[in-house]
Ligand binder design. Structure first.
Ligand SMILES: Nc1ncnc2c1ncn2[C@@H]1O[C@H](COP(=O)(O)OP(=O)(O)OP(=O)(O)O)[C@@H](O)[C@H]1O
Ligand SMILES: [Mg+2]
Length: 361
């Protein structure tokens, strides 16, 4: 699958710009603060309805405008031509259109054009809190299966309600009301955990082999699930019930839910050592990239075609040999690479876009 064109109107520092991408490697280059990440962000937004940089969506509207619109056309082997558009309004609302039909929910956008994005913040995948690793699984799984996205939305809602109930002064009320919440909670939670377990099982060999290739065989990556729940969805549900009732007094004491998929994590090791504690910057970056390449291949396994890969400022900390090995893994994958210096990347055959102040020059 590849994106053939992208139109940005009043989007961040872009006024009106069309990108015509090639189905292979695309290099978006320019000095700092010219709009490279903005373009990458717009693509990811159209694929997932989400941007990791945005806290309020109206932030993407150009300072001098009261609306913004992004639009793209993609070509898929299985689905043919796909179009997606998002219009952002100053009121904070947005209008989504998929294949010319207006969509009521963000969920309808997800799973049409698949994409995997890597940006410098993704180093957090290895370095920081489990939140980032769960978000990694959530974004991938939501694109693979929209049902996952809806289970997750529902789970978050129930969890918030359960947590506010746990803070209730009236203990009898808590004990009377919890079973009804827990029944729904376990239903969503067991589906989420089951999907994540399967995802990690599939991801493991894919990202471990990508890592071996990128490092020219010198580093062994190992990932494992830190989830406490195993087996079928039914078995996971039973284990969750058990845990929830074992922890009920603790949950009331602390005022929030201490068990469930919001506590899952992925353990990442390089050559047998915890990458978070012992990895160098370059090693951590390589590990994060390997996870992303693994994700790219999961999409290929599920849909029979590669997703669009966005590498925003991903190359800067990799040495020449790692860069070359990384590129060797991207045969047949539409890749959009942003960088400040296209020449230093040494890529032959890519289509280059030079960006200056929100325009292709
Ligand atoms: N809503 C907005 N309206 C106008 N300009 C904006 C808006 N949001 C962000 N910008 C500007 O867009 C510019 C380019 O940002 P972007 O993150 O795309 O740069 P970049 O080319 O990726 O730079 P770097 O190499 O530093 O990563 C910034 O100067 C920023 O101030
Ligand atoms: Mg940038």
């Amino acid at each position: 699958m590849y994106i053939s064109s992208l139109i940005l109107q009043n989007y961040r520092n872009y006024k009106n710009q069309i990108f015509e991408f090639s189905s292979g490697i695309n290099i978006v280059s320019g000095s700092n603060a010219q709009g490279k990440t903005n373009a990458a962000e717009a693509i990811f937004f159209l694929c997932t309805g989400y941007s990791p940089r945005v806290t309020r969506e109206k932030q993407v509207i150009n300072y001098e405008s009261d609306w913004a619109k992004i639009e793209c056309v993609a070509q898929s082997e299985s689905m043919g031509k796909i179009t997606a558009a998002i219009e952002f309004l100053a009121s904070g609302g947005k209008k989504i259109t998929v294949n010319g039909m207006s969509a009521l929910k963000t969920g309808e956008l997800i799973g049409n054009i698949n994409s995997v994005m890597f940006n410098p913040q993704q180093l957090k995948l290895v370095q920081e809190s489990p939140d980032d690793r769960r978000r990694f699984m959530d974004i991938a799984l939501s694109q693979i299966n929209r049902r996952y996205y809806y289970s997750l939305q529902k789970y978050k809602k129930i969890l918030t309600q359960r947590n506010s109930l746990l803070k209730e002064r009236d203990k009898d009320l808590i004990y009377q009301t919890l079973p009804a919440w827990d029944e729904q909670l376990v239903l969503c939670a067991s589906a989420i955990i089951n999907d994540r377990n399967k995802f990690l099982k599939e991801l493991k060999p894919l990202c471990e082999s990508a890592h071996l290739t990128i490092t020219g065989g010198s580093e062994r990556l190992e990932i494992s699930s830190e989830s406490k729940y195993e087996g079928s969805q039914q078995q996971i549900a039973e284990q969750l019930y058990e845990q929830l009732s074992a922890k009920i007094e603790k949950d009331i004491e602390v005022g929030y839910t201490t068990v469930g998929p919001h506590r899952d994590d992925i353990k990442i090791k390089i050559n047998g050592q915890d990458a978070r504690i012992y990895g160098s910057q370059g090693q951590q970056r390589t590990a994060a990239l390997s996870l992303k390449i693994g994700e790219v291949n999961i999409f290929k396994n599920h849909f029979g075609e590669f997703p669009v890969l966005i590498l925003d400022d991903a190359m800067s900390e990799l040495d020449q040999s790692r860069r070359k090995c990384l590129l060797s893994l991207l045969d047949g994958v539409q890749t959009i690479i942003t960088c400040t210096d296209a020449e230093s990347l040494n890529i032959t055959g890519g289509k280059t876009f030079k960006i200056q102040a929100g325009e292709i020059v």
